[in-house]
Design a protein around this ligand. Structure first.
Ligand code: HEC
Ligand code: HEC
Ligand code: HEC
Ligand code: HEC
Ligand code: HEC
Ligand code: HEC
Ligand code: HEC
Ligand code: HEC
Length: 651
């Protein structure tokens, strides 16, 4: 039974952003000088940056920019609700439902994002800012509802007043310079602070007050400035990835120039299905992980090959951007003959290789996986293809016909095979992918993740054990996690223990989590794990994970305290409520356990897990008849729900 929750835990792992829980230190930002201080000496860089989306990533509300959105006052309808925007004196207001069902005005204090849409922040008690659902598109001067048809109500976790839309926890880190979340678990308050609002110079160059002072003290010198250093290409991509990826933040203390993997565990294509099997983006996944899967990344191409380091605009326009390298002059880059490659299709390179998906209702984002448009994979696996994304009026067969005609046997690419292997989950294919040193590390890590399902087969286990020594930390991390189901095997256990001392934190945290029942919490890896959990303590997922740790360490009473926080903060989550009920039962609190399940069922009446857990608990307490009724109820909700079928058979 507990296995169900371990799996759920993986899928429940949200993009947890944030910073370490420390008390505010007035000197925390003493090394920072602010972007304005760089202007006079680095005029060109400053001017490019000043109007970039980075500089404008977050700011105070300002009449000069924002008045046009709030005057004249107007209404936005969504579902049965109406939200109004207006001014009151010099304040901007959004009139909407708050924590309860009374419409009231909320003062807009800050603005997040820039274009193609902006969102608005209102201060809440406890040092919080909450992100409004009413959002604004500056280009069309339109207001809209950022969740589209997904209506959310007061009291729900994902409502704008809930923890799911809390700025301190979920937004601030990527939209500001050196953000310190400073969550105080004892009081449930935040003392969030940053060096500078928006993504300033020092977000990427680190604190540089010492540089300003050194330069001021050494005018017109030929001496080498010891306060600044160049970043390696790999470190630059990791720096971009720190904000342009979906990840679990391990420290809340990323420092430009340090390894990405010492601070983040990225989400990748795995059973959660956030990417398609060929690695095209599905969910809102930013750029880094998709790019990691491409041959270009493997061969050392970095973000700055296509983006200016300060304006972030593309360095060249149209096909020129790509043909700079694909004209035969760049090592390893295949030479492309534009006329015969594009045929009579009017798309440019990015149209076919960087298909667009609209996120947040308004933002068409370009896929950075540099995947191959392959309509045959649409037929076989229902993966979208770039051709029909544009030619929506044509059939998949039409697109297959043209790709075959135009590209012939070139379409039989390894990338096609790879997508098939990943989609099929066939372990012998995935073992091949895992061991293939020609593949980007990303894909080997993907193979490791999917192999978790067959980790009890000797061949899979041997393949995963071999990758514990892989030179890439992403592959090591995913291999560690994939071996969790085989912990009972003493060889596996013995091989995993040294991973607690891996040089990189993403691997250590994974090892500590997998070995959580016994890991020394005072050791390096134990402390790394606890640091990550403390960082997430302001969210129900963080409380849930802490509870899973304590349960594994046979501390159910302590675990229950954390589960109660999780279910108080997210009242509608069946995994949290079911886990709470099970622990209550384990502690001999049967009546409370059943009450928790009543609450769960009332909140989510159509989830078969809830009556199933009720059945398990009742059976454990010798109430077989009631258990059978509950299991039947699970099957009424979902006829094919196998755990309940097996349960009734065995009863
Ligand atoms: C008083 C003038 C001055 C100020 C103020 C100043 N810089 Fe510099 N900076 C320089 C000079 C001159 C160099 C070249 C030094 C060298 O390479 O040895 C430099 C070099 C750099 C470099 C390294 C460039 C490279 O790749 O070699 C970076 C990055 C940098 N500055 C960023 C900043 C930032 C960010 C600020 C504001 C916090 C700033 N600078 C403020 C004068 C200044
Ligand atoms: C501290 C977090 C952070 C870091 C580090 C960072 N970015 Fe960004 N980036 C953002 C945010 C946030 C936005 C969106 C800002 C907005 O639209 O308000 C953004 C936007 C962009 C854009 C879109 C610009 C446009 O005109 O649409 C590009 C391109 C970009 N970043 C590239 C990079 C690259 C390349 C690096 C590494 C050198 C990098 N970023 C580092 C946070 C970051
Ligand atoms: C993991 C880092 C990260 C977090 C956390 C994050 N953002 Fe962003 N945000 C970005 C980046 C990067 C972009 C630039 C878009 C892109 O990557 O294509 C962006 C862009 C935006 C934009 C501009 C519109 C757009 O699509 O470019 C808005 C508005 C925005 N974010 C709001 C938010 C809000 C509100 C939250 C919290 C609920 C949040 N962001 C959390 C990184 C982040
Ligand atoms: C989103 C990340 C980012 C931001 C924000 C940023 N830079 Fe940079 N900058 C880079 C990267 C990456 C490089 C190339 C690094 C290298 O080669 O070491 C660079 C290079 C530089 C250089 C040396 C090369 C050149 O172009 O002259 C200077 C100086 C510099 N930046 C100053 C600044 C200043 C001043 C600001 C703010 C006005 C700023 N940067 C903002 C990422 C950033
Ligand atoms: C800085 C040089 C450079 C630039 C700029 C560049 N490429 Fe590449 N590209 C490469 C290299 C190198 C490879 C890797 C070839 C290999 O190892 O198979 C590659 C491979 C590819 C592949 C095959 C990807 C795969 O995973 O099989 C595609 C598709 C591609 N590039 C498209 C583009 C597009 C589209 C652009 C413009 C948006 C572009 N490239 C710009 C250097 C570049
Ligand atoms: C009409 C859609 C389309 C357009 C436009 C397009 N491509 Fe492609 N591209 C494909 C298809 C399909 C393949 C796979 C078949 C092949 O390799 O010929 C491919 C393959 C590639 C490859 C991998 C070649 C190899 O040998 O591995 C590169 C590199 C590439 N394209 C670059 C580009 C560049 C650069 C442009 C812009 C000049 C571009 N593509 C425009 C559809 C397109
Ligand atoms: C081979 C070229 C290439 C590389 C490498 C590349 N980009 Fe881009 N990027 C583009 C192009 C082309 C666009 C689309 C620009 C447009 O037309 O709006 C884009 C757009 C973006 C945007 C704006 C949102 C969107 O998707 O339209 C962001 C953010 C971004 N890139 C971030 C990154 C980051 C971060 C990296 C490195 C991890 C990176 N890019 C690497 C070519 C590249
Ligand atoms: C970014 C959008 C875009 C993408 C991606 C794209 N096309 Fe096109 N294609 C166009 C446009 C625009 C035209 C010219 C207008 C028209 O006839 O529809 C065109 C024309 C064509 C034509 C000739 C006109 C016709 O309808 O017979 C064919 C065939 C074609 N595309 C096939 C493809 C195939 C195959 C792919 C994928 C490998 C593809 N296109 C990807 C935009 C796109």
């Amino acid at each position: 039974m507990w296995i169900i929750f371990r799996l759920l835990l993986v899928t429940a792992a949200l993009n947890l952003a944030g910073a370490e829980s420390v008390t505010t230190n007035a000197n925390a930002f003493a090394g920072y000088a602010g972007s304005e201080s760089c202007r006079d000496c680095h005029k060109d860089d400053y001017e490019l940056w000043k109007t970039s989306h980075h500089a404008l990533a977050e700011r105070g509300a300002s009449p000069a920019i924002d008045l046009v959105a709030f005057v004249p006052s107007r209404n936005i309808k969504h579902g049965s609700e109406t939200t109004a925007v207006q001014t009151n004196g010099s304040a901007f207001q959004i009139v909407t439902l708050g924590m309860d069902s009374n419409r009231q005005p909320f003062r807009v204090e800050r603005v997040i994002g820039n274009s193609p849409l902006v969102q608005f922040l209102t201060p809440f008690p406890g040092g919080r800012y909450q992100v409004h659902e009413a959002s604004y598109d500056p280009k069309s001067n339109q207001w809209f509802y950022v969740y589209g048809d997904d209506l959310r109500y007061p009291g729900e976790y994902g409502h704008w007043t809930g923890r799911g839309m809390n700025w301190n926890s979920y937004c601030a880190e990527c939209h500001n310079t050196d953000l310190q979340k400073n969550y105080d678990a004892a009081t449930d308050n935040y003392h969030t602070a940053m060096a500078e609002m928006g993504v300033g110079c020092e977000a990427c160059h680190g604190p540089l007050k010492a540089h300003n002072e050194w330069q001021a003290a050494h005018p017109k010198t030929t001496l080498k400035d010891p306060t600044v250093s160049k970043l390696s290409p790999a470190r630059i991509v990791g720096l971009c990835g720190s904000c342009h990826s979906r990840n679990t933040d391990l420290t809340g203390q990323f420092v430009p120039g340090e390894s990405y993997y010492d601070h983040y565990a990225p989400e990748i294509l795995d059973a959660a299905g956030r990417w398609y099997a060929d690695n095209q983006n599905k969910d809102e996944d930013y750029e880094f992980e998709a790019f990691m899967g491409s041959k270009m990344y493997q061969d050392g191409v970095i973000c700055l090959d296509c983006h200016n380091a300060h304006s972030y605009k593309n360095t060249l326009q149209g096909n020129e951007l790509c043909m700079r390298c694909h004209n035969g002059g760049y090592p390893k880059a295949p030479k492309i003959d534009v006329a015969s490659h594009q045929h009579q299709c009017a798309s440019d390179c990015k149209g076919c290789h960087m298909p667009v998906t609209v996120y947040m209702q308004r933002h068409p984002r370009h896929d950075h996986g540099f995947t191959i448009p392959d309509p045959l994979l649409t037929k076989e696996l229902n993966i979208p293809n770039a051709c029909n994304r544009c030619h929506a009026d044509k059939s998949t067969d039409w697109a297959v016909k043209y790709t075959d005609e135009w590209y012939g046997t070139n379409m039989n690419r390894m990338t096609r095979e790879r997508a098939r292997w990943v989609a099929s989950g066939a372990s012998h294919k995935l073992i091949g992918l895992l061991a293939d040193t020609n593949q980007p590390a990303y894909w080997r890590a993907v193979a490791a993740s999917f192999l978790s399902r067959s980790a009890d087969e000797p061949a899979t286990q041997a393949a995963l054990l071999a990758e514990l020594k892989n030179e890439h930390p992403l592959v090591r991390e995913k291999a560690v996690r994939a071996l969790e189901p085989s912990l009972a095997d003493t060889n596996v256990l013995a091989a995993l223990k040294p991973m607690l001392n891996d040089p990189l934190r993403n691997v250590r945290v994974a090892a500590a989590w997998v070995l959580r029942a016994t890991v020394d919490m005072q050791g390096q890896a134990g402390q790394d794990l606890q640091r990550m959990l403390d960082l997430e303590a302001d969210q129900p997922t963080g409380q849930f994970e802490e509870a899973m740790l304590l349960l594994a360490r046979q501390q159910p009473a302590e675990a229950l305290k954390h589960l109660k926080k999780a279910t108080a903060w997210d009242k509608l989550s069946p995994p949290f409520l079911c886990a709470q009920a099970q622990v209550q039962d384990q502690l001999g609190q049967l009546a409370d356990a059943l009450k928790t399940l009543d609450q769960a069922e009332a909140a989510v009446p159509d989830d078969p897990h809830i009556p199933y857990v009720r059945a398990v608990i009742l059976k454990r307490n010798g109430r077989d008849d009631e258990a059978r009724t509950a299991a039947k109820r699970a099957l009424e909700i979902q006829n094919s729900f196998i755990p309940a079928q097996l349960f009734i058979e065995k009863l």
